[in-house]
Design a protein around this ligand. Sequence first.
Ligand code: SD4
Length: 312
Amino acid sequence: MAEPITIATWPFGRTAVETAMKLLAKGEPALDAALAGAQAVEDDTSIRNSVGFGSLPDRLGRLTLDACVMDGRTLACGAVACVEHIKHPAALARRVMEKTPHVLLVGEGAKWFALQQGFPLEVPYTAESIKEWLESHPDKKKPDAKDKAPVRADGASSINVDEFNHDTVTVLSLDKKGHLGGVCTTSGLGYKLPGRVGDSPIIGAGLYVDDLAGAAGATGVGEEIIRIGGSLFIAEQLRAGKSPQEACELACKRANAASGRRGVHPARVAFLALDPKGNVGAACTEKTGFKYAVGRGDKVELLTAKEIGPQA
Ligand code: SD4
């Protein structure tokens, strides 16, 4: 019997961890627990800029959500991207995994599948989210002298992913039977270009889970995470014998090296990992201020990830 454990990104990951740990204590499977945890965060509209409804929409004011799930026992996985009007994209991603031969459904197709599966269409906007979108729209703002990041076509440059601006919850759980499950759900970067999809619903980028190696997840600027296949990279490091901490640090080094080749410093990404024995690790690139929640037994703590600079 393994000691159950759950880890999740950012301080609001505590909500996910607390929810998941209650299910793991009852002997529920890791994927069920991680999904319930992620959905608790999707449901919490009080979390500013966070996952799910109430988050920051895209450049045109449309809120589109991305999510994926993966089961470490079988490598079964499912994902949805750029889906509108669906409150629980992670649950929808699980339906893609269980009810279709596919891995990823996007946009209108994902919405059509959601309707077919009985998901209601809902209005994702709140008075606060519309007001905030109007007031902070980057097209209205003069460039901030402090933000030296070059302007990029993906619109990511105007949004710094740091302690105060983040919106992805990645939840990794280990259940009593020693199986791993993971879920990632997000509204993506605020003010992204319409149609933009980040790392979060991409298996191997925002999430990868394999009982025979370990589980890994990501948050931060998705373009940088996709470029290095971040979560699969970490899983392969675990498979080769690295600890979760070493593997996350190596992924940050790789991300910094990759972004450096295009003159972007730092990469602004963060990773967390959990191995099948219950060891955890996390690391972020500089200025990301990445914190993560860890639950073991009935204790949940918030830890600060080690920052990896470009010289590391
Ligand atoms: C994305 N990785 O869409 C997400 C954003 C994020 O904290 O994690 N923000 O690129």
